[in-house]
Design a protein around this ligand. Structure first.
Ligand code: NAG
Ligand code: NAG
Ligand code: NAG
Ligand code: NAG
Length: 353
């Protein structure tokens, strides 16, 4: 804050200009506002960097966008012909730096210093999710320089979040009780339905009104179309739920039992469960993601689900298994032939699944 005001004062002394600092998450866009009433014959000009190269211009309503030397700014700039506001997509470090605004000679001069933050969710903007899952959408804000975080769905207001008071105002009834907002307004939508698919946008105005950061996400929610594989296992035996897939290194694996998270981790890493009755009974295969459960009992029979998400593409898929437990036939313990059949059955099942 001190540095900013110091910069501000120095700038005022040097050239009567105003300097604003703007920090943007990777993958997000930022709009720098002129905050000036534009006259029809005004010339608005944006320039960049120490070379002061021209970026964009509105000359009596007519727009020119330049791409910078080396085409750094190709497809990254937009200028509003009415307001002169400049929108920049921050997807490479090359666009960080100083942006200078000049309106008709000396009428307005302003400098924005754009700096960037690493991407935390802003990079992947096309998300494919499964019914019943949650999706996390980053607001791009990690400071309280923003009062109101506005989320939109399919071009209509979805939810507004007031960062100071933590007030939440939901505009779309269908999302009631399914929205969670983080401290700085990132949005998690829980228990997704297929009709939640669509365009989500976040619009965040700075407290000072000098700039707006924004991002769009396309979310596609698909229903579970795969089969639910039936698995039957004698009580007390081990069972392996086979995925039939080769998973990629660093894929995210998530096994659930019923509605509970059972075990999750990154392939190649380690896995842990926080559910007491599963302690020491679970094993995940690193190559396939297959889950082995030892000492099956009726309490832990039911629906098991594996979700695999590729971190590069953001794509995910699921496998479901319905595990039933057969009571051990007491007589089979007596007859050795009986337990042979049991072993054979497990073998056959693991071939099928
Ligand atoms: C900037 O690039 C766009 C395409 O990305 C092109 O249409 C436009 O003519 C370029 N502008 C200049 C001044 O070269
Ligand atoms: C926050 O919400 C409460 C109740 O929902 C309301 O009474 C209050 O006025 C709100 N505060 C602000 C600052 O919007
Ligand atoms: C979306 O689908 C759910 C069921 O999955 C249904 O209850 C809800 O009414 C649907 N909402 C809209 C707006 O169509
Ligand atoms: C299997 O689970 C049952 C019930 O939880 C328990 O009583 C038994 O000791 C377990 N057996 C083994 C070998 O862990």
């Amino acid at each position: 804050m001190k540095t900013i005001s110091l910069l501000f004062i120095i700038s005022l002394f040097i050239n009567g200009a105003v300097t604003e600092s703007v920090t943007v998450n990777k993958g997000f866009s930022v709009t720098l506002h002129t905050n000036t009433v534009i006259q029809s014959n005004d010339v608005i000009e944006w320039r960049y960097g120490f070379k002061n190269e021209p970026l964009a211009k509105v000359d009596r309503g007519s727009i020119s966008v330049f791409n910078g030397s080396d085409w750094t700014f190709s497809d990254k700039l937009k200028i509003n012909s009415q307001t002169g506001d400049l929108t920049i997509i921050y997807d490479t470090f090359e666009v960080i730096g100083e942006y200078r605004l000049q309106i008709t000679g000396e009428k307005t001069r302003k400098t924005f210093v754009l700096s960037g933050r690493g991407g935390y969710g802003g990079d992947v903007t096309s998300l494919s999710e499964m019914e019943g899952d949650d999706v996390y959408l980053s607001s791009g804000s990690t400071t309280d320089n923003y009062d109101v975080i506005r989320w939109r769905f399919q071009n209509s207001p979805l939810v507004d979040f007031y960062t100071k008071t933590k007030n939440i105002s939901t505009h779309d009834e269908r999302f009631r009780d399914r929205l969670e907002l983080s401290f700085f307004g990132s949005l998690t939508i829980t228990n997704l339905r297929t009709n939640d698919s669509g365009l989500y946008e976040v619009i965040v105005d700075s407290n000072s009104g000098t700039h707006t950061i924004h991002q769009s996400y396309t979310v596609t929610v698909s229903g579970y179309t795969g089969e639910v594989k039936p698995v039957s296992v004698p009580e007390g035996d081990s069972v392996t739920l086979h995925t039939e897939d080769q998973i990629q290194m660093h894929d995210l694996l998530d096994w659930t039992f019923g509605k509970k998270d059972l075990i999750s981790g990154v392939s190649g890493g380690s896995y842990d469960t926080y559910i007491e009755r599963f302690y020491g009974r679970l094993q995940v295969d690193d190559q396939t993601g297959s889950l082995t459960i030892t000492n099956m009992t009726t309490e832990i029979s039911g629906l098991y689900q594996l979700k695999i998400r590729n971190r590069q593409s953001g794509k995910s898929f699921k496998k479901r298994f319905m595990v039933t437990v057969r009571a051990q036939d007491r007589s089979s313990h007596v007859s050795s032939g009986g337990s042979c059949v049991g072993v054979l059955l497990v073998f056959v099942w693991s071939q099928i699944i």
